[in-house]
Design a protein around this ligand. Sequence first.
Ligand SMILES: Cc1cc2nc3c(=O)[nH]c(=O)nc-3n(C[C@H](O)[C@H](O)[C@H](O)COP(=O)(O)OP(=O)(O)OC[C@H]3O[C@@H](n4cnc5c(N)ncnc54)[C@H](O)[C@@H]3O)c2cc1C
Length: 426
Amino acid sequence: MAEIDTDAHFDIAICGGGLVGLTLANALGRSNFKIAVIDGQARPTFSEQKAPKQKAAEYQAVTLDGCKLASGFAPRVSAINVASMKILENIGVWQDIKRMLAFKQMSVRDTSGSANIKFSAEDIQLDSLGYIVENREILVALANKLKTHENISVFWDTKLNGIDDTPQTTDTAQATDKTHTYRLSIGNQTIYCDLLVGADGGNSRVRELSGIKTLRWSYDQEALVTTIKTEYPHEKIARQWFTSEGPLAFLPLAEPNLCSIVWSLNDVSEHKASNLREFCARLTEASEGELGNIIGADQRFSFPLTQQHAFSYVKENLALIGDAAHTIHPLAGQGANLGFADASALASELMQAKFSEKGIGDLALLRRYELARKPHNLLMTSVMEALKRLYTSGDPGINWIRNTAMKIANDNDLLKNMMARLASGL
Ligand SMILES: Cc1cc2nc3c(=O)[nH]c(=O)nc-3n(C[C@H](O)[C@H](O)[C@H](O)COP(=O)(O)OP(=O)(O)OC[C@H]3O[C@@H](n4cnc5c(N)ncnc54)[C@H](O)[C@@H]3O)c2cc1C
């Protein structure tokens, strides 16, 4: 076996420089671990509008019919709850996020009846329930912060191609000890690590190469996302309508008449193909004119929606976090929030490992991370599944139960406060 270039040896390799992988890397920024972050895409910047991965031909040409909007807001935004905000604050990243909106209230309406639930931050003595932030804003802040940590090397534009977990040694002549656990083929080079973290999203290559299976099903729905301009200001309220076609969310942006929308639909093609005036009219109708007419929209993008959960988040010397471990329906905007909490939990276990004789790949240590996160993530997955089924049912009996339950919940302060706490993640 050839001698290993020790420069290419890392304690931890994090595959995936998305929201979750970069959060873990920054959380370990003050450790003594030597860390590699590997991402197949270029370093996120503000100059490059990170377009969703989609074939160019599928993008809809925006027609100039009076509704064209060039909002300057990126199409992908996330509702970040208070718990995630604190995680980002602790790693010194939240302070660097330039543009966001703190939302004070949430309103949920069932358009097949008259039920409505409203809950607010004030009810639970908070300033806000969460924040609407463009993903790009968070990614840029996370990537910039990484540069301040000398123990972290980042390989942008570099894909993980393969992994080999047969024991690797540093010196063929003498060493017989197992010193490096994984050999990673990344781009056109090789690196070594003791712990491999898969933070590489829903189609995780790390998960696939390590043979971890998932329970997976498609919702047969796609999410249509864009930025819209409304006649009336949003007043810092995040709104959701459960329409017969699927849940529609208006997430308030840092401009009073701009919202980012996520509309989960069985068939997005019709809405993507419609001209802008028609699209805006449909949105006005689906949102029951609550913010007046929709008077403009940006380019429309869509994302397939699947639910999946890895049977195991860990193996010896390997852990999965974020979407690599679980993806859920975006109807309650929780996917990234669960991922931030994963990153934080794994980081705190790894920091403890500094004081343990056992290495960072120790299965018992990694299982503690799994135990800290899996029950909560599974619970959230089940709640999303139940909500999705409840709100897409055409059964009049179920519609009646749903409406009645919403009315009862809206009249019950205790229940509303519980929902507000759930939304804030606290
Ligand atoms: C329409 C929509 C709306 C959403 N809204 C919300 C919301 O409001 N709030 C919320 O909390 N969540 C929301 N989510 C969920 C959230 O976007 C995801 O949970 C989150 O982005 C997952 O982050 P991640 O870092 O785990 O994965 P990703 O963001 O998928 O990042 C994975 C990274 O790994 C890299 N990668 C992949 N394969 C390789 C490879 N082989 N080699 C190297 N690099 C690789 C990719 O380039 C990417 O940068 C929404 C999701 C959708 C679809």
